[in-house]
Design a binder for this molecule. Structure first.
Ligand SMILES: [Zn+2]
Length: 140
């Protein structure tokens, strides 16, 4: 009889703890939780010790990282799951982070397929713009 009561009390206490923890996480106050754990042994290939330990390894967790897309300037989030995949599965360098949103990465991939056209058109249009600017300056 008593043990049943104690068991229920334990369950209630656990539930309360979980609720409090969830509230902390929701409020963004608990930096030790959220995100994903870093599997250090999966990063051993990188030999990061000679360069200094990246912050996410120090912390032991991947957390969502907000960043601004280099190309279109949109505010994006590099999620913990994406980081874990990038460093541990894709073996991306520990010193690289996401710099472009999904749409811009896709656009760049598409551009790569048109490299010939870009190489031909790119410098040509740049030269055109420069000589136009030069002409405008010399005309002053
Ligand atoms: Zn973008």
């Amino acid at each position: 009889m008593d043990s049943g009561k104690q068991k229920r009390a334990r369950i209630m206490a656990r539930r309360r703890q979980r609720r409090e923890r969830a509230a902390l996480v929701a409020a963004g106050c608990d930096s030790s939780s959220g995100g994903l754990p870093v599997d250090e042994h999966l990063l051993s290939w990188a030999g990061y010790h000679s360069y200094g330990v990246p912050d996410f390894v120090m912390r032991g967790r991947y957390v969502d990282r907000p960043f601004r897309c280099r190309d279109c300037g949109s505010q994006e989030v590099w999620t913990a799951a994406q980081q874990k995949w990038w460093y541990e599965t894709a073996h991306g360098s520990l010193y690289t982070t996401a710099v472009r949103c999904r749409a811009c990465r896709q656009a760049r991939r598409d551009n790569c397929m048109n490299t010939r056209a870009a190489a031909w058109l790119g410098p040509r249009s740049t030269v055109g713009a420069n000589s136009f600017a030069n002409a405008a300056r010399s005309g002053e």
